[in-house]
Design a protein. Sequence first.
Length: 343
Amino acid sequence: MARVPTERFDARGLPRWRPGEHPWLADAPPVPPRARVIVDNDFAGDPDDLFQLVHHVLSPAVEIPLVVSSHLRRDAPGPATTAADGLRVLADLCARLGLDAADRLVAGAEEPLVDVRTPRTSAAVDAIVAEALRDDPRPLFYAAGGGLTDLASAYLRHPEIARRLVVVWIGGFEHEPLSWLDASAPVTAEYNLSIDVAAAQVVFDAPDLEVWQVPRSTYRTCVMSDAEMRVRVRGAGALGRHLYDEVRAEMVKHEHLRPQAEAYVLGDSPLVLLTALADFWEAGPSSCEHVVVPKPALRDDGRYAPRPDAPPMRVYGRVDVRLMHEDLHAKLALFERWRAGAE
């Protein structure tokens, strides 16, 4: 889990900017954003979501009108505060970026759905519906790197939003058995799905909701080595050091459970690749590979039940890890160069 800040970060002296501004690209102003992206992640959890959000807000091809802090899996009794904790992590990250975005940060529900018919109530649900129904000709992506409670709740309340957005989800088991992954693993082996299985079932059952899925077998290939992270991330100023330190803290936290490793999975980063890094000639990410399949039903154990007549969905089997990581490294370097010159 991320380190939830207990004190407010002192951002005095940092140059300020707003979402949609990219002063580090002032020598060649970017074209207006091609798409809108609602970011939804469990920011109190694995720090790969911090890498994803930084990468997204540094990407001029998309506008980020809303960032949802969603809840973690309920692994222990007691008060549920992980969505609120994630909001504090978000506020801290924006302060470190010098980004004035408090009006775009919102907490989701603290509990999963009780069934596939009853939505949760949260500020995030209201904001999701408002953005989806807003009159804007640009496509809207819902980039989810955690559970789907708030999206499912928004859909259950207002099914008409389904035709107005595309869901890009990091989660779910692979569709075909792979030798290096345990096909008999319990649903808890795929964390994002197990946060709220009922919510994922709602999304998969929604006939008009377009889904691009990055399953476990694909997101686990998004690996960055410690040496690469030391040089290309930690070496990119205070922001990069913070990102690197969060990964190291996460690894140290779990060192009693598993040995230290020389690499870390940044599994949420395909959300940036599939929404912001479309090339000049194509509307979508041309260097990634997907198949189109009828949207299956999701069983309670997280496995798929085929529905040959269901609407189609995309399942990404390969993502361009080189482009994804190199683009992050370059944007961190450009951002730090601008910030060093502006201070």
